[in-house]
Design a protein around this ligand. Structure first.
Ligand SMILES: Nc1ncnc2c1ncn2[C@@H]1O[C@H](COP(=O)(O)OP(=O)(O)O)[C@@H](O)[C@H]1O
Ligand SMILES: [Mg+2]
Length: 359
């Protein structure tokens, strides 16, 4: 087990009163990985992180850090460190004194302390600010101090609970880049909790998507984005269109799904789990893989009427109704779309068979 920095084996948490906050959580995290736990509020992310750090007892299951079973150990004995929201720096202490804190608590001798603090501050590129206090630093610099303070005890894993949660959008973007860079430079293992899809997808080597106390999917950002395994993941991640239907037949690598009176063709890819014929299924198609207009080579066409357009940066999403109450999102770069639709205007939507995923 030595190759993994963190292993959870069937970890469960039931709070007094009966709330099952985490159910059968198992994962293996390699050294140097940045892992994001992603999911809506209340799905059990913080509880899982606290069980890794020892701030919360597990109800059942095992936690290993750096190959050692730490399930019964208090936080101070675990080879982990926690960084809290809004950094929680001591306002009246200097950068050096903030970073030094945990070494002082552990009784590390003065000379060694000074050496290690100077090294750590150097690593996060804050040497010239060593004697400043937090209010004399920018948000990005405060984050670096908070990281240095959490990393000074040389933990095998750093645990971060919504570290960027309280920041405004532009600062958040800058800090994400910074956080990733420091993690790379130091070759550290980070586990980060977030409810922000964008944060998880842009930062993490591995994303653990959770809902209702269970893991929905573990994978790289790309895997989760391109091949959602469950309806929850497809709905939660990105701009996916879900077509409810019934699996009608399968021939070779092609599956046919009957949805609202039309037939959807889905190319079966490796790893796609296909239920028996006749079963209710959902076909998920990413909004950026659907095209407007007839494209005879694409295999799938549905007819709809234009409803509205949503703008986000250089992207626009045109929304069409293809059956009563069923909306389809079509995402494209704004420069590529020259049309302007009237509400109710008919349009044909097309996508290739390999754009769909059966859930
Ligand atoms: N100390 C506690 N006592 C009882 N229930 C709790 C406690 N902490 C969290 N919970 C419950 O456990 C579930 C998961 O909470 P949490 O791990 O904080 O979710 P998240 O971090 O994903 O928002 C929620 O239903 C929450 O209300
Ligand atoms: Mg939380």
């Amino acid at each position: 087990m030595a190759q993994f920095d963190v292993v959870l084996e069937k970890v469960n948490k039931v709070f007094p009163g009966g709330t099952r906050a985490v159910i059968d959580f198992s994962v293996e995290i390699e050294h140097g990985e940045l892992v994001a736990m992603l999911g809506p509020s209340g799905c059990g992310k913080t509880t899982t992180l606290r069980m890794i750090g020892g701030l919360e007892e597990v109800t059942s299951g095992k936690v290993y850090i750096a190959g050692e079973d730490v399930t019964e150990m208090p936080p101070a004995q675990r080879n982990s460190s926690m960084m809290f929201q809004s950094f929680a720096l001591f306002p009246h202490r200097t950068v050096s004194q903030n970073v030094e804190f945990s070494l002082k608590m552990k009784g590390v001798p003065t000379a060694e302390r000074a050496r290690r603090v100077a090294e750590m501050i150097e690593k996060v590129d804050m040497t010239e600010y060593a004697n400043r206090r937090p209010h004399e630093l920018s948000g990005g610099q405060q984050q670096r101090v908070a990281l240095a303070r959490a990393l000074i005890s040389e933990p095998a894993v750093l645990l971060l609970d919504e570290p960027l949660g309280s920041l405004d959008y532009s600062l958040r973007q800058a800090m994400m880049v910074e956080l990733k860079k420091i993690q790379r430079d130091l070759e550290m293992t980070f586990i980060l909790v977030t409810h922000s899809q964008q944060e998880a997808m842009s930062l993490a080597d591995k994303v653990i998507v959770m809902s209702d106390a269970v893991i929905q999917q573990i994978g790289t950002s790309r895997e989760i984005y391109e091949s959602p395994r469950t309806k929850f993941v497809a709905e939660f991640i990105g701009n996916n269109n879900l077509f409810p239907g019934v699996l009608k037949s399968r021939s070779g690598s092609m599956a046919l799904v009957e949805s609202n009176g039309s037939t959807i063709y889905v190319r079966i890819s490796e790893g796609m789990k296909i239920p028996p014929i006749g079963r209710e299924v959902t076909v998920s198609v990413r909004a950026d893989l659907i095209h407007t207009g007839e494209h005879p080579n694409m295999g799938n066409t549905v007819r709809g009427t234009y409803v509205a357009t949503q703008f986000l940066g250089s992207l626009e999403t045109d929304v069409f109704e293809v059956a009563p109450g069923q909306l389809v999102h079509v995402e494209q770069h704004r420069s590529a779309s020259e049309r302007s639709y009237r509400p109710g205007q008919p349009e044909v939507l097309s996508w290739p068979a390999d754009a769909g995923v059966i859930l």
